[in-house]
Ligand binder design. Structure first.
Ligand SMILES: [Zn+2]
Length: 308
């Protein structure tokens, strides 16, 4: 497998208030672990700046203008109770989009079999017209539509194993059966959406997990709901909204996964990508707030992407 890694120093310049869990140290922890010898074979690329026009694939222009207007010249501006922007946040968000779209190009051109994008801010809570939950724009949604528009594919699947439900991704694709959205997440938990009966146009598959459950319940949800939905849908591309906050060390949730579960889930999705999608798999960092849990989980995930 050729596995590409996109990151960029600008992702460290999206600043959040002191004590905020979604902080630059998250990426530093990931960079440190991926510097280890085991990852010498990664094809490391600096993320390109994104094309702002591609934001419109998932968000209307007046919303984009509103986010741009909220970026402060100095200090940190609040967008909602837990979503903030600093002077470099626009460039960071645009570069995260640029990396995700470039990753899509890479898997369709054959430059890589799969790609991990280590970027921030995350994206899966951003709805069509609402920035929330640490997210400004929905990077995964934009990348899915980018694949359809630039590479002419019909079906894209987004699998979201972040411990929080990706309400934004669900909102954007609610009535769009060309994109399958599958999510495992703790329920009840922020943002409150993600019940099993939220099915959109038949393209939304939610697998809520009760607090204090772990590996067995997570793997069962994957085997009984997520993987059969992928096999039915036969996507041309699989995008992972890869949050690692279902790790047992994470302070924001009560699901008890270990890095082995992320290794396993990655392997399962690689099997489906091999079966349906010509191996094409693009993984985008979402949450994960315990630095050690995050680093170990990313190492397991990326290690599996490289090994096949
Ligand atoms: Zn999360």
């Amino acid at each position: 497998m050729t596995t590409r890694l996109y990151t960029h120093p600008i992702f460290l310049d999206h600043l959040t208030p002191p004590g905020h869990p979604e902080r630059p140290d998250r990426l530093r922890a990931i960079e440190r672990v991926l510097d280890e010898e085991a990852f010498a074979g990664l094809d490391r690329i600096q993320a390109p700046e994104g094309d702002e026009a591609t934001i419109l694939y998932a968000h209307p222009a007046d919303f984009v203008a509103r986010v741009r207007a909220a970026i402060p010249d100095e200090g940190i501006a609040r967008i909602d109770a837990d979503t903030t922007a600093s002077p470099k946040s626009w460039q960071a968000a645009i570069t995260a989009i640029g990396a995700a779209n470039a990753a899509v190009d890479d898997v369709f051109s054959g430059r890589a079999d799969n790609v991990f994008v280590a970027a921030r801010p995350p994206g899966h809570h951003a709805e069509k017209t609402t920035a929330m939950g640490f997210c400004l724009f929905n990077t995964a949604a934009i990348a899915a539509r980018y694949a359809q528009k630039k590479h002419g594919v019909e079906r894209v699947a987004i699998v979201d194993w972040d411990v929080h439900h990706g309400n934004g991704t669900q909102d954007i694709f609610w009535d769009d059966p060309s994109v399958l959205y599958c999510s495992t997440h703790q329920m009840p938990l922020y943002p409150g959406t993600g019940a099993k009966n939220e099915t959109g146009a038949g393209n939304i598959v939610n697998a809520p997990l009760a607090p204090q459950t772990g590996s067995e319940v997570f793997r069962d949800a994957f085997l009984s709901r997520v993987l059969p939905a992928l096999d039915n849908f036969a996507p041309d591309l699989i995008i992972i909204s890869a949050g690692f906050d279902a790790h047992h060390r994470d302070p924001l949730a009560e699901i008890n996964l270990t890095e082995d579960d992320f290794d396993w889930a990655t392997g399962q999705l690689m099997q489906r990508a091999a079966r349906h999608s010509g191996n094409r798999l693009v993984s985008l960092l979402e949450g994960g707030y315990d630095l050690q849990g995050l680093a170990f989980s990313v190492a397991a995930h990326v290690g599996r992407l490289m090994k096949g």
